[in-house]
Design a protein around this ligand. Structure first.
Ligand code: EPU
Length: 299
């Protein structure tokens, strides 16, 4: 999809290095599935970000917010602009509080906190993506969720206004937040002071080795496809339905962990979507449970 010439004026006086027109999105997702977008925009300053965001609103151009591309299935070519905060990832520390740009990768943030002797993030190791993406979906695992350490989040709201949201105003729940339509600029996280870097490292290694044992971490995937229904493990339900190893084109239900769909190379969005529907149908038929996707779709 290309951006119409007159729409390119939204990038007037904006650093040209921050814009790629007619950009391919495949390599920007951990699934390695994606089509093109009118423009991919990764600003170097918050001012540029806000300016272009508001111009998109004025021009009625579709806006897509990309975190680390790790929980996402792009199903078709997109008109409009993809915003990425990959160049906005500053960290400032005040005691046990960190003020962090939402473009930072979760792994980079965990490393910083470990060196600084600040606890609370180490068990989120193995989750790909950025802080912004993690906040927007309240990413987490068995031991903790990102919401456990949030104090405030600075947002650019869907109407173009700026706002500091308190923890309550973020509306976090299991793999859910009220932040999904906002662009997340930065967050203030409250961590545990006086944690020993060695102990944080050990906790991190333990969680990571458990994940490596149970999840296909090195394959192209979008992480867990479905949320766990209350009281059940989606992975176990899918395995019990006999679907481990089930394929559709190059998409396959991981034999390693059944709540992952892996791309064996050339899987299309259609392959993944048909596998998702098949899984939902089989699990509903067998268990009477409707699995809800955890990943996001850009369609
Ligand atoms: N299980 C099976 N078959 C499978 C997969 C799992 O029987 O194919 C069983 C396991 O043996 C275990 C139970 O199901 O008894 C739970 O499995 P696991 O410990 O792997 O945890 P999970 O509930 O499947 C959740 C998160 C993961 C997170 C892990 C570890 C969700 C949907 N998933 O998985 O998050 O990494 O805990 O903390 O909440 C993600 O969100 O993308 C994700 C991968």
């Amino acid at each position: 999809m290309t951006l119409k010439i007159h729409s390119r004026s939204i990038f007037a006086e904006i650093s040209p290095q921050s814009v790629v027109y007619h950009a391919s999105l495949r390599e920007k997702t951990t699934f390695r599935i994606g089509e093109t977008v009118g423009a991919f925009f990764a600003p170097f300053s918050r001012e540029d970000l806000i300016t272009v965001y508001r111009r998109c609103l004025e021009e009625n151009l579709p806006i897509y917010l990309l975190g680390g591309g790790s929980n996402l299935l792009i199903t078709q070519p997109l008109s409009g602009v993809v915003f990425s905060l990959k160049n906005l990832k500053q960290i400032t520390r005040q005691g046990s509080f960190l003020q962090v740009g939402c473009g930072i990768s979760l792994i980079g943030l965990i490393q910083y906190a470990e060196k600084a002797g600040l606890g609370g993030l180490e068990k989120l190791i193995g989750i790909p993506g950025t802080l912004g993406g993690a906040l927007s979906n309240n990413a987490g695992g068995r031991y903790s969720s990102i919401s456990d350490v949030v104090w405030k989040v600075h947002t650019l709201e869907a109407d173009g206004s700026l706002r500091w949201r308190t923890l309550e105003e973020c509306g976090f729940a299991y793999r859910h937040s009220e932040l999904k339509t906002s662009l997340l600029l930065e967050a203030i996280l409250q961590l545990k002071p006086d944690s020993s870097p060695e102990a944080l490292k050990l906790a991190k290694i333990e969680v990571l080795s458990e994940k490596k044992r149970t999840q296909p971490l090195s394959a192209y995937s979008a992480g867990c496809i479905f949320k766990n229904p209350r009281g059940f493990s989606a992975g176990r339900l899918i395995e019990n339905a006999g679907l481990k190893g089930k394929t559709s084109g190059d998409a396959m239900v991981s034999p390693h962990h059944a709540n992952f769909i892996v791309n064996r190379g050339q899987a299309s969005a259609r392959d993944v979507l048909s596998l998702i529907e098949h899984i939902q149908f089989k699990v509903a038929q067998r268990e009477g449970i409707e699995l809800q996707p955890e990943i996001r779709f850009w369609r």
